[in-house]
Design a protein around this ligand. Structure first.
Ligand code: GLU
Length: 475
């Protein structure tokens, strides 16, 4: 059997974490079995579906690298196919026209609720003798079996049994002719020859109804895998209340797509105690046997940790290239690849995301320093300025600009001025970076190079004089 799976998002919102995990499991399963991964946009709900969300879902999938083999297929393009299949069910007497008015149905509902019964249709029109000339408005209902059971064999949930008598005569098409959700899903699965349905377990209750419809089309029931929901730390279904849920938000925050995929794969699936996977490893190792039934709790700290682990796997050059778009957002364009790689190398251990890495490295790329006022107040006071002034000619005369030569220069300066290393390093750090936290000062000095260092010290002195009103030692 050739595996054919589909990811079928409704474009009523951005691609969210839960949807991305469903897409990933489908994708992994398809790739593992050399099967076909189909992308189907379930846009039948025209009021809630938008083109913007469709684009956003496609962008999210592309960013994650979850490439599809067929599609995107839009349900709104398939009206004719649904129509033909509806007629088939009517012709074969697996469906019937129901003329009951909305008022009658509402009355049935109210009565059932008042009597404490589940509101179901009483099937009044099920056995009417069809009259092709009856022009009253009608919907089309499925002639569901009245007895027996429908058994879902689920790769995650095991065997789930539903009594057919609990299942209603499902409406397949409304009186305005539009087909309903459960019907189009089945027609799509049948015509796309889907072999495995992998989706969120919020759809489990639809499954027996859909299985009866597959049978009505003489289509072998696909295998199911219903994935448990993703929960927030309060064990409630993950929602905006818990923070960012859209994949695009994670892209914008600077997570690596492979890290997000790794994290999502492990959210509900395990493979021994391995936490970090490449995509190829996931394709090889993934199995529904190790997908848990319980809801999985989304843990942002763990995602950070996984992201850092994936960031480690990049060379400095690769990481610098990934950081570039985030620098560009700040209006910063590294002109020199090698400089960018060395700058990023000096900061990479300190950042959890690409955006954070861009932010803490930005000082390397700015034409002039952005000043942190408390740092300036504390370290570019009269003492700090005196040290910067004293070091300027000494740095000018350093010929071989490397850590050893600079260390010697600072030792000489400390001795001459009778100050501790901190009293040299901190004013210099503020002068070069604008703040008091940065990589080791020798790293910053050697990466920036002599010209920039001297230029920044000069700028710092100008700024400090403005901020503190100190105008230099009396000569
Ligand atoms: N469109 C449904 C959703 O977004 C998926 C239905 C399915 O996979 O069968 O939840």
């Amino acid at each position: 059997m050739t595996v054919r799976v589909r990811f079928a998002p409704s474009p009523t919102g951005h691609l969210h974490i839960g949807g991305a995990r469903t897409a990933l499991y489908n994708w992994l399963y398809a790739r593992q079995h050399h099967g076909t991964f189909i992308l189907r946009i379930e846009d039948t709900d025209r009021e809630r579906s938008t083109e913007e969300y469709t684009h956003s879902i496609l962008d999210g999938m592309r960013w994650l690298g979850l490439d599809w083999d067929e599609g995107p297929i839009y349900q709104t393009d398939r009206a004719q196919i649904y129509h033909t299949h509806l007629n088939q069910l009517l012709r074969e007497e697996n469906a019937y026209r129901c003329f009951c008015t909305p008022e009658r149905l509402e009355q049935l509902r109210t009565e059932a609720l008042a009597a404490g019964r589940k509101p179901t249709y009483d099937r009044r029109c099920r056995d009417l003798t069809p009259d092709a000339h009856d022009t009253r408005p009608c919907c089309i209902r499925f002639k569901a079996p009245l007895t027996g059971q429908t058994v879902v064999q689920d790769m995650v949930r095991g065997t789930v049994t539903f009594d057919n008598k609990e299942l209603d005569d499902l409406i397949l098409a409304r009186s305005d002719g539009t087909p309903t959700y459960n019907f189009v899903v089945v027609v799509d699965d049948v015509t796309m020859q889907i072999t495995h349905v992998i989706r969120g377990d919020d759809h489990l209750n639809n499954t027996p109804r859909q299985m009866l419809l597959y049978a009505a089309f003489n289509y072998p029931t696909p295998l199911f895998a219903h994935l448990p929901m993703i929960l927030g730390s309060d064990r409630k279904r993950l929602s905006k209340r818990h923070g960012a849920t859209s994949v695009i938000a994670y892209q914008q925050t600077g997570y690596l797509p492979q890290a997000l995929l790794n994290y999502l794969a492990r959210l509900g699936w395990s493979h021994g105690d391995q936490e970090i996977f490449t995509l190829e490893e996931m394709v090889r190792a993934f199995s529904f046997d190790h997908v848990g039934r319980a809801g999985a709790i989304f843990n942002p700290e763990k995602l950070d940790w996984v992201n850092m682990a994936h960031m480690k796997s990049f060379s400095d050059e690769e990481l610098a290239a990934r950081v570039e778009p985030f620098l560009a957002e700040m209006g910063l364009v590294p002109h020199d690849r090698d400089y960018a790689a060395r700058a990023i190398a000096s900061e990479r251990e300190r950042a959890k995301t690409l955006r954070e890495l861009a932010e803490i490295s930005a000082f390397y790329f700015r034409p002039s320093v952005v000043w942190d006022a408390p740092a300036v107040a504390k370290w570019l006071d009269a003492d700090g300025q005196r040290i910067l002034q004293a070091m300027t000619p000494m740095l000018h005369s350093v010929e071989t600009w490397n850590a050893d030569a600079l260390k010697e220069t600072f030792s000489a300066l400390q001795a001459r001025e009778n100050v501790k290393f901190l009293q040299v390093a901190q004013p210099l750090r503020v002068a070069l970076t604008g703040t008091t936290t940065s990589p080791g000062i020798y790293d910053v000095l050697t990466i920036m190079g002599k010209t920039t260092v001297l230029h920044r010290i000069e700028q710092a002195l100008v700024h400090a004089k403005k901020a503190h009103g100190y105008s230099g030692p009396v000569s």
